[in-house]
Structure formats: C-alpha cells, structure tokens
Design a protein around this ligand. Structure first.
Ligand code: ATP
Ligand code: MG
Length: 392
C-alpha cells in the first residue's frame, strides 16, 4: 500500500527489521496513513513506537548507523547514515534524518486535558496503540499501519482502524472520537476546517451539532493561545485556502474559540488575498495579523501605524518617510484594511529609490563635514523623490 522509492524502502525495512529483532511494535500513523488511503502524496514520515521512541532510535543508530548516536565512528561501514537531530524527553519523541530522509519518531502516549483547551498532559508513554489512537482528533487520522517484514524481508502492513476511519475517508466525513473532544481541544474545529478545505471533507451531522454547542459557551479560561495560533498559521499557509478559511471562520463564528465577537470584516478577505500577491508576503502573516494579532505582524513590534494616515496631498518625500520603516506585511495590511491609496504608490515607485549622493561625494564637492552636510544630503534626496511622478 505504501509506495516508497527504493531509498526510503531500504530505510523503512531497516527500521522494521530492528523492531522485529527487539520485539518493539512499529507503526505508521496519522496524516501519513490517511494520505496513503486517499492515494495522495505522503508529506512526512511519522513513526509511532509502542514503547520508547528515544530508546528505539538510539538503539537503531548503534545497530544500523555508520556513526554511533554520540557521533563517534563505529565499524559498521555498510550502515545507514543515521542522524538524531533532536530528542524531546517529556514526550519521548525524536527527530531523525536517515540516509537523507527526515523521519519523526514518537512513542505511543496517553493524554489528559485538565482544562478545556489547555495543552494536554501526557500521563503515560509507551502505552498500547489503542490508547494512543483515541487521543487523536478525527477518525480519519486515527488509523495506524503496523510495519512488518515478510520472511523474505519485504515490507508488509497491517491496518489498525478501531474507529472505522477508512470508511470515513471514503465518505469524506470528519468525526471526533468522543463527545468531549471539541471541549478538550477546540482547535480541532480549525483542523477540521483545514481538512475540509484541502480534501473536501465535511464535519458529520453530529459533529456540526457538537461544534455549535461548544461555540455557544466556549470555555476560554485554560485555552492555549499558542496552539490556536499554530493551528491558524497552518490554516492560512496557502493563499487560496487562507481566504476561504478566513470567510468560513466568520460565517461559522469559529472566532468564538478565542474571542466573543470578530474584530475583522468579511469585506477585507479579497483585499487581504490580493495584498499577499502584491506585497509578496506569506499569507499566514497577513491573515493572522488580521484575525488574531490586532494588526501586529511577526516583523513589527507594534501596530500603531494603523491609527494614522497621510493626507492625499502628501509629497513623495513625506510618503517615503511615512512608510519606510514598515515591513511588507505592514504595508499589505494597510492596503487591505485601511483604505490607503498611497501604499501602492510607495511600494511600486518609491520604496527602492536610493540617494544619488553619499557624504563622501559631497565632501569631494567641497562641503565641510557637519550638520549642513546632512541637511544637503537630505534635501538632494527629497528633491529626487519629489521630482518623480506624484502618483502611480
Ligand atoms: P497534515 O500534516 O497533512 O496537515 P496531519 O493529520 O498529519 O495532517 P499533523 O498536524 O501533522 O496533521 O498531526 C499528525 C497527527 O497527530 C494527526 O493525524 C492526528 O492524529 C494527531 N493530531 C494532531 N493535532 C491534533 C490535535 N489537536 N488533537 C488530536 N490529535 C491531533
Ligand atoms: Mg502531518
């Protein structure tokens, strides 16, 4: 079922072989299995270990790697190039690159949510696979594939699908695994929106009711704002989808996950979309700033520029000075949200204009170093800008 290229297949065979040798169960899980069943390209390789992922990876590096996990050279010259990039003790996970292929290893784990929307507390790692699958968001993402080797060393897989996720993939239906799931983690609503826009999935009837119920009285006391941000960032990562998602968040009142009333408007959607192209910005930066960050972008420490506007009669020099400290994302937001006609003129005609003279040039002309030299430089640049056509 998984069609890997030869290079990847060799690595997976080795991982399965080490699992068989040490008696540790190895699984593929989550998006990777979903995408395989949907017959679309797999993005990432995520391996789940029924046991300790860190122990597994370190043992694997010793047994199969050209280098030991501490970086010293072993005698295993035929071995794989195993690089352990990072380990995360509390979750018992490891990021690796094996023969140039990025592979993430996680341990099966049990989680609990002490408060609605908070980050989960891991109560156990290395638990049975069933306990791990039930902590997941949707049935379509709660499918595992046990990775095994046949007697002649070929890969084979055993699907573990206790919640009938494969059927839901066929029906394109998004179903959570227990009724409290959206209360535990309301960002699952946004993840569902992401899957609906990417794959044409839709929330099941029951899920729609549960989401409505949740949004009537959302409990934000323990909400992990960071997780909301991360989920929105992913949702807004692509221009087309960002616009669709933005409109759906308004239409379905998903903003209630983090605030009572929306601070953003339907009319901004198209201009935000256009602004991404015009100002070559990452869609997530401007869409996030519009819905969540009160117009603050990652590159700007404050959004106070959004409170002021230049007069339509401003000179090029004034326009240049007004905008010159703003990032492309700030400019994009002004374009989309304020009815700012000057920002395009600045971006297209003024932003990249450079002075023709340096202080050294003027000294060569006979100017004495000092305040008046600075004034002269400023005036020359001002004249240069103001000589350009006033508007685009
Ligand atoms: P893709 O990476 O293609 O967007 P994905 O399903 O792999 O989709 P990831 O964010 O990579 O999404 O998460 C991997 C897996 O982890 C998911 O398939 C799901 O099983 C689980 N998961 C991720 N986020 C949550 C969550 N908020 N609640 C429960 N399970 C989650
Ligand atoms: Mg993924």
């Amino acid at each position: 079922m998984f069609n890997f290229d030869k290079k990847t297949e060799l690595v997976i065979q080795s991982i399965a072989g080490f699992g068989a040798k040490t008696g540790v169960q190895v699984f593929f899980v989550g998006g990777m299995v979903r995408d395989c069943l949907m017959e679309i390209e797999i993005k990432d390789i995520d391996i789940l270990i029924e046991g300790s992922a860190i122990d597994f990876v370190q043992g694997f590096a010793l047994e199969y790697g050209k280098n030991c996990c501490d970086g010293t050279s072993c005698n295993n010259k035929e071995g794989l190039d195993v690089e352990i990039k990072s380990i995360h003790e509390s979750f018992n996970t490891a990021k690796t690159v094996i023969n140039g292929i990025e592979i993430d290893f996680a341990s099966t784990r049990k989680e609990e949510y002490p408060k609605s929307g908070c980050l989960p507390v891991v109560t156990k790692t290395g638990c049975p696979i069933a306990d791990d699958l039930i902590r997941r968001d949707f049935t379509v993402n709660a499918i595992a594939a046990r990775v095994l080797l046949t007697e002649n060393g070929k890969l084979k897989y055993e699907i573990i699908d206790p919640y009938f996720g494969a059927d839901d993939i066929k029906k394109k239906s998004l179903k959570i695994l227990h009724d409290k799931s959206y209360i535990d983690d309301p960002t699952r609503i946004l993840r569902g929106l992401d899957f609906s826009l990417r794959f044409g999935f839709d929330f099941s009837k029951k899920d729609k009711v549960l989401i409505k119920e949740y949004l009537k009285s959302p409990d934000r006391e323990g909400l992990s704002i960071d997780r909301v941000k991360l989920t929105l960032k992913k949702l807004f990562s692509e221009q087309e989808r960002a616009k669709e998602a933005y409109l759906k968040i308004l239409e379905n009142a998903y903003f209630k996950i983090w605030q009572d009333a929306p601070s953003f408007e339907k009319e901004w959607a198209q201009r935000l979309y256009d602004a991404v192209k015009i100002f070559s910005t990452e869609p997530s930066k401007v869409f996030m700033a519009a819905v969540f960050e009160n117009f603050r972008t990652e590159n700007s420490s404050d959004s106070s520029h959004m409170d002021s506007k230049l007069s339509e009669n401003a000179s090029n020099y004034e326009i240049y000075n007004f905008y010159k400290t703003l990032s492309n994302e700030d400019l994009a937001l002004r374009y989309a949200i304020l009815d700012d006609n000057l920002v395009l003129h600045y971006f297209k005609n003024l932003k990249d204009i450079k002075p023709d003279f340096t202080g050294e040039d003027l000294i060569k002309e006979g100017f004495a170093p000092g305040k008046s030299l600075g004034e002269e430089l400023k005036n020359r640049f001002k004249n240069k800008l103001n000589a350009l056509s006033q508007r685009a």
